[in-house]
Design a protein around this ligand. Sequence first.
Ligand SMILES: Nc1ncnc2c1ncn2[C@@H]1O[C@H](COP(=O)(O)OP(=O)(O)OP(=O)(O)O)[C@@H](O)[C@H]1O
Ligand SMILES: O=C(O)[C@H](O)CO
Ligand SMILES: [Mg+2]
Length: 417
Amino acid sequence: MFDPESLKKLAIEIVKKSIEAVFPDRAVKETLPKLNLDRVILVAVGKAAWRMAKAAYEVLGEKIRKGVVVTKYGHSEGLIDDFEIYEAGHPVPDENTIKATERVLELVDQLNENDTVLFLLSGGGSSLFELPAEGVSLEEIQKLTSALLKSGASIEEINTVRKHLSQVKGGRFAERVFPAKVVALVLSDVLGDRLDVIASGPAWPDNSTSEDALKVLERYGIEISESVKRAILRETPKHLSNVEIDLIGNVQKVCDEAKKLAKEKGFNAEIITTSLDCEAREAGRFIASIMKEVKFKDRPLKKPAALIFGGETVVHVKGNGIGGRNQELALSAAIALEGIEGVILCSAGTDGTDGPTDAAGGIVDGSTAKTLKAMGEDPYQYLENNDSYNALKKSGALLITGPTGTNVNDLIIGLIV
Ligand SMILES: Nc1ncnc2c1ncn2[C@@H]1O[C@H](COP(=O)(O)OP(=O)(O)OP(=O)(O)O)[C@@H](O)[C@H]1O
Ligand SMILES: O=C(O)[C@H](O)CO
Ligand SMILES: [Mg+2]
């Protein structure tokens, strides 16, 4: 029923359409009309801020008294009414981060209990929205952020430290907005969707403590000055009374859509996990083993089947090649699936950029590794050298979408016929 080309086309179509379901524009337009907002101050922060703000403007128009957008360099796409649009440093904050955040604080400081801040938040916000705590300099924040990013600490751990060194993170932004209200729409790029972790939770009570923050620094051997320590010891808010939050997109939603689309195409479809977080090459091998079980034993699903996985794997980069976690997962699966017909696996970053490459991920089948070998190349060597990009490029297995404007972790689908 499916030749390899049409199976490949179908997998790409399902992945692309599922990502469209988590475009922030769509979710903002669905959610805002239910919220009964009038005369708001709009503050949009994160990698998806521009698209979220634009969608809100299209729904609310003149009901927005003032708009400020803060996003990463290159992530805004022009004017939106008379909104102030700032681009700033990511993943490490810079002078523009501070400038934009000060402007937002200046605006919210003038509000009273009859006012509402519409806060549109997405991943990347930790670096784009920041005013260091009293006694801490931007340079110190930059040095600490760089050290934490390289340390192998998780995003929960990194943001635990960030929250305790900031005038806006860890609920302090909502505290500053009080007595006005915050209505927040949040797009999650954190597995588990913890609202106090996504973009360091500017409008959510902090679940972490000063002691947790100090422990993270100790665990990763990062030294701090006395003034930084004093700032960390000032505890973040644990209760907020002026906040209403809606989560408008996450990896679960992209997986749900993939399952629905696969079913519509006649596949037996199941979401296996939405929290895949192991080493990418292990994930690729394991997913390939499940695909083989379906192929040869018709379990846990009968063919034609679609296996769906969401999450964010990790790569400990040891070689000097180029690639990303989705490409590495795909290459590893390609090695395990070599020679098998009627199987295809696609692994994609929903933001459209996988690692420091122009690809969103990889799409591989039983012929991928064979093609490489026929060229005299050893796919395993490429995997060893973390050079998944070049291996997939040579075998025609890169998935290229360009930046999508959304960011909700990674989607992996395996089709077996
Ligand atoms: N050669 C490589 N092969 C495989 N993975 C790599 C390679 N070089 C870097 N990476 C991985 O790419 C990751 C960064 O990729 P990417 O920018 O897609 O991350 P991200 O989690 O989407 O970032 P953000 O959350 O800011 O959107 C790093 O964590 C690193 O593990
Ligand atoms: O900004 C951040 O902290 C990360 O993208 C997680 O949301
Ligand atoms: Mg990304």
